[in-house]
Design a protein around this ligand. Sequence first.
Ligand code: NAD
Length: 478
Amino acid sequence: MTTTVTHRRALIDGQWADGGDGEIEVRSPHSGELVGTVARCTAGQAAQAVAAAARAFPGWRKTPLLDRVALLYKAYELCKERNEAIARQISREMGKTIRESREEMAEYACEHFRRASEDALRYRGQFLPSTQERTNSKRIVVSQEPAGVVAVVTPWNFPVDIAAITICYALAIGDTVVWKPSEYAPLSSAMLADIFLDAGFPPGTLNMVTGGGEAGRAVVAHPDVAAVVFTGSTRTGMEVASATGLKNRVLELGGNGPIIVRRDADLERAADAAVAGCFYLAGQCCTAAERLLVHESVRERFVALLAERAGKLRVGDPLADSTDMGPLCHAGVLERTRQHVDDAVAAGATVVLGGTSRGLYFMPTVLAGVTPDMAIAREETFGPVAPVISVGSDEEAIDLANATGYGLTAAVFTNDLRMAWRYADSLRHGTVLINETTNYWDQLAPFGGRGRSGTGRELSSWMLDALTETKQIVFDIG
Ligand code: NAD
């Protein structure tokens, strides 16, 4: 099938702007076919975008909340109308299956328009009593005011969903935005920007600069940016942390989440969760199950159940309705997956299933005999690999789960409620799931990590906390 090749530019001050230092080609990970091109924006264009957002901020901040919300509801309707077209573009340019892309659009991206509106309508300050002096004359009001220009930098694995969260919440609360989408999924990202433009958001409220790391760096480091919401790898996140200085920031970074399988676990359920955790989106999720810490007494049975299920996954064209797993997004992801698997095998792990690749496709892989010192256990792989590590006790499982410094999501399979609580208390991760896969999150619950997985929380009122400045106003009424 031939695809339409589109060229997209930057969106600055309500206009699609020409310019840039050449173009970036976007190719299908499935076929290598050219899908489109985007402008490689310069630092100068990033500065123009920030200036446009800064000019738009005072007016947007004063726009009645009900008017901002009305625009978001209009955008919600447009998003629903365009769901299928955007889903297909996501699958074409970054390779997730069409079922996964439809889920990204219908269940996540679209809903952020409504949820941001609802959360902004119900977001409240506080009223505090006087506690400093023995007087009843002070009245302290704590308000949350919009931070200003927010820089949003996003990855390719959920290109529209992740961007829509921050953009919708920022615009709802009165901030303006400069967005730098991933260079691997900029075309579906531009379709999200179209929605805001077509819904009638005023010029400058949402700006988008396309390009790679240079463009991202120019946006996050700009002195007129008040807050940064960055989602991406831990390595880039550390660069962003040092470039942003004293700005407000949320860093949503990499993961190395374990699924812990206790000896009392329902093994069938745990194996289903491992398939969802390791192979959904070909393992390219920050919340992927990167390590399976399985009690030695049930390891053999668990590995057999897992391999049986993983062996049935249909791998192929992401745009085919029947496909369960598509290709990896780009050569860098393939190379790291290959290296992690080869390194593990050289150090004594056994390939139970898969281990082979063709083009950007890496077959669902199950590795047994993985040890905690191997790179695949210590670092994020971001590929379709299930590395099984044998553990002898709960203490060992907890120590290993906490050992890598990542702390995004961890899952535990057990039928012992008391032990479930002990695990929940001991695991240093932003989310602990009991009898559920790591790839589970709720759109209205705080999402984020600690340690190498980042700082801050997004979604619902936690997102609004990150996008506002807390101000206290003290009245002395005499
Ligand atoms: P990446 O770090 O390579 O790139 C992310 C974004 O940062 C891209 O838009 C990129 O162009 C930009 N960028 C690159 N260098 C920059 C710099 N110096 N300054 C500013 N911006 C810069 O990540 P990726 O490969 O696109 O995404 C995969 C990673 O993202 C994985 O590690 C995954 O775990 C993580 N991720 C985390 C979450 C989360 O919520 N915690 C969600 C999705 C993905």
